[in-house]
Ligand binder design. Structure first.
Ligand code: IVH
Length: 675
């Protein structure tokens, strides 16, 4: 029970307390500059709640206490508006954007050669919030434009939407009646948190932040909306009448001064060229934003020109939505296949009806493991949402259960390896189901392909199809067998001419001289990627020392966790693995220790090389960096200083651009090490 306040406050006291709370609310949710601790804010809010509970005469619908959500409504009332919420015409590329502007000029003549306001097109839910005498009286969804749903109780719970407007000292005051339009949205991080919760509770999974925002806004019980972290950006008015405003840009400024959040990425731009330039900037910024946008809205800045431009059927001529490539799409699951990796992991893979997402066509997506399928409950025959979010790898968000026809059988993980038929195992506490058969042909093949790969032993010409032939013909079983191959062995294989056979033999021989990091990585130990291999190589001076290291030795290495240490030791203790390593050494594989740094020019800088270099071998380039005290990493992260991109650079380059890591070409790299 809250303690009863000692004295009954005056109306002015209550009013002052409300103002203070609102001020903090505004600083927190709109300006993003709080000046008090959360606890302090909570205390004020609790005090106000106590007062309103004790003296009902002080209750008011625009009190900050109402943001916790009122009791559930029966359904949503219909709101009919005088100024319909319009749609916007889409432009899919620059030509369509330019065509839009041509039509504008045709409609209004020279006046169409005017300036623009460009705003991110928020991927959320459009709402209108109506104020009378500065107080929020109604919030509604777009509906069909004219008739929307009354979601006032829910809108009140959104902290970024002012319950009372600010009347600024300078500039225009808000008019007596004001209807503001904008987008209710949810951040990507909040979306992920909510979906996680929904999944755990066995509740509906949302496909994307927009659906989550819409679902949260349309809750019959406003108390549910209140705990959903909805946000808001204002971008328009139902009518400019009575405001004294003359441009879109001034309107955005006025909205800010009245207490609304306005997207800070909005720009006033003078020419179509500037619009194009900003579109390009925004497309690149897009992946880094904490919320989703699906395009850029371009609006004619001048209100008179807007009015003159008029309407096409359902959309005004003064605005255009220039879209980005969509990041998500709906498609059908044609089947779920189980693949076996080189470590024996059984991975379910969904075969999808091909669909374009984020500019590429995808026809399959990993479902990771049995738990993941169970959690998402994806079934063969389902319609699903697929998305390409921050990452390049597409993922299945979840099934669209409304579209599930009849009852589809649940997917069951096979109990035996689909390749060799060995009984599959799933260890206590592990998500992965594995084929324990070390001699399973896919594992044998997978280990060889990995061993020969570019980041490992880098044996050019030894790709999957040659490995297949070598394994099926019985010539090779372990990586050590590669070093016993003769030209004669190879030319007896299909489609292998003497010249290319010799090239492969040469590449195998060349690979004998390698680095410890490459060799350790090539062994294909579970969870030992390039980075971990580098860490290990810095610690040991020979492969023998690495093989003999105890679990304690390993876990004391800075940068290695106890779990990896245990896994490594488990691997190095297996007789077959010890034999593999000693066979490799016997076959002549030797490691050169990494070059010692001779200067510290590049100290503290981490380089990632990608693509084909033309002026160096990759080893030589890496050695140049190390000589100067720099570090080499195998994959791009936010800790990468430079990505050096050669020809045909692929996903690493993409990742670098996404993370905003500096990308330089080979020439720039050369200049860097010469200077
Ligand atoms: S202006 C006639 N500005 O896009 C112009 N719409 O209209 C009316 N949207 O669902 C809308 N961000 O909610 C405008 N900065 C922005 C926007 C925006 C997102 C949404 C809007 C509507 C859709 C198409």
């Amino acid at each position: 029970m809250p303690a009863r306040p000692l004295d009954k406050p005056t109306r002015t006291d209550v009013e002052n307390l409300r103002r203070e709370i609102e001020e903090h609310n505004y600083r927190y949710y709109v300006l993003d500059q709080p000046t008090v601790a959360d606890a302090e804010y909570d205390k004020m809010l609790r005090r106000l709640e106590e007062i309103e509970a004790t003296w009902p005469e002080f209750r008011s619908p625009d009190s900050p206490t109402q943001r916790i959500g009122a009791a559930p409504a029966e359904g949503f009332r219909v709101v009919t508006r005088k100024f319909p919420m319009l749609s916007i015409e889409n432009a899919m590329d620059e030509a369509e954007f330019r065509a839009w502007r041509e039509r504008l000029i045709r409609a209004v003549g020279k006046a169409g050669e005017t300036d623009f306001v460009a705003e991110p097109k928020m991927d959320g839910v459009a709402v209108e919030v109506r104020y009378e005498d500065g107080r929020l009286v109604e919030g509604s969804t777009r509906g069909d434009g004219i008739n929307g749903e009354d979601v006032t109780a829910n809108v009140r719970t959104i902290r970024a939407i002012p319950l009372r407007l600010i009347a600024p000292d300078k500039g225009l005051k808000p008019p007596k009646s004001l209807s503001v339009r904008g987008e209710v949205y949810m951040s990507i991080a909040d979306f992920e948190r909510i979906n996680e919760k929904q999944m755990k509770a066995g509740d509906k999974i949302y496909a994307n932040p927009r659906n989550t925002a819409a679902g949260s806004l349309k809750q019959i019980d406003p108390r549910v909306t209140a705990i959903r972290p909805l946000r808001f950006y204002a971008y328009g008015l139902a009518t400019f009448a009575g405001t004294g405003l003359t441009s879109q840009w001034n309107m955005l400024e006025a909205l800010k001064s009245w207490g609304f959040p306005v997207n800070p990425l909005s720009r006033r731009l003078d020419t179509p060229e500037e619009v194009v330039e900003f579109y390009n900037v925004l497309s690149e910024t897009r992946a880094k934003l904490p919320y989703e946008i699906d395009g850029m809205v371009v609006k004619v800045n001048d209100i008179d020109v807007q009015a003159e431009a008029g309407m096409r059927s359902r959309s005004p001529r003064w605005a255009v939505a220039w879209k980005f490539a969509p990041q998500e799409a709906r498609t059908k699951v044609l089947g779920i296949e189980v693949t076996v990796g080189r470590t024996g992991a059984l991975t379910p893979l969904a075969r999808l009806e091909p669909v374009r997402v984020g500019g590429v066509t995808i026809s399959n997506a990993t479902l990771h493991n049995a738990d993941e399928i169970e959690r998402k409950d994806v079934r063969v025959g389902d319609w699903v949402w697929v998305r390409r979010a921050g990452d390049v790898i597409p993922e299945i968000v979840g099934p669209i259960t409304e579209l599930r026809k009849g009852s589809l059988p649940k997917f069951k993980m096979p109990t035996t390896c689909p390749v060799c038929g060995t009984k599959a195992e799933r260890l206590e506490g592990e998500a992965v189901t594995r084929c324990p058969n070390f001699a399973c042909p896919v594992q044998v093949r997978g280990r060889l392909i990995h061993f020969a790969s570019r980041s490992a032993m880098d044996i050019e010409g030894l790709g999957p199809s040659l490995v297949d032939q070598l394994v099926t013909s019985g010539l090779v079983e372990t990586p050590a067998d590669l070093y016993r191959l003769t030209l004669n062995d190879l030319v007896n294989l299909e489609r292998m001419a003497e010249k290319s056979g010799q090239n492969v033999i040469n590449a195998i021989q060349r690979s004998k001289k390698t680095t410890l990091a490459r060799l350790i990585y090539a062994l294909g130990i579970r969870n030992v990627g390039e980075t971990v291999a580098e860490v290990l190589a810095e610690h040991f001076d020979s492969v023998e020392a690495f093989m003999d290291a105890s679990e304690d030795d390993l876990s004391s290495i800075y940068g290695l966790g106890p779990i990896i240490a245990r896994e490594i030791r488990a691997w190095t203790s297996v007789a077959a693995n010890r034999k593999l390593v000693s066979d490799l050494v016997k076959a002549g594989v030797t490691v050169s220790s990494a070059p010692r740094a001779t200067s510290n020019e590049l100290a503290g800088k981490t380089f990632v090389f990608t693509g084909t270099l033309t002026k160096f071998t990759r080893e030589a380039a890496e050695a140049e960096v190390k000589k100067r005290g720099g570090k080499i990493a195998g994959s791009v992260s936010k800790n990468t200083t430079y990505v050096v991109a050669g020809e045909k650079a692929g996903s690493k380059l993409e990742k670098a651009q996404k993370l905003g890591v500096d990308v330089i070409d080979e020439d720039a790299f050369l200049r860097m090490i010469k200077s």
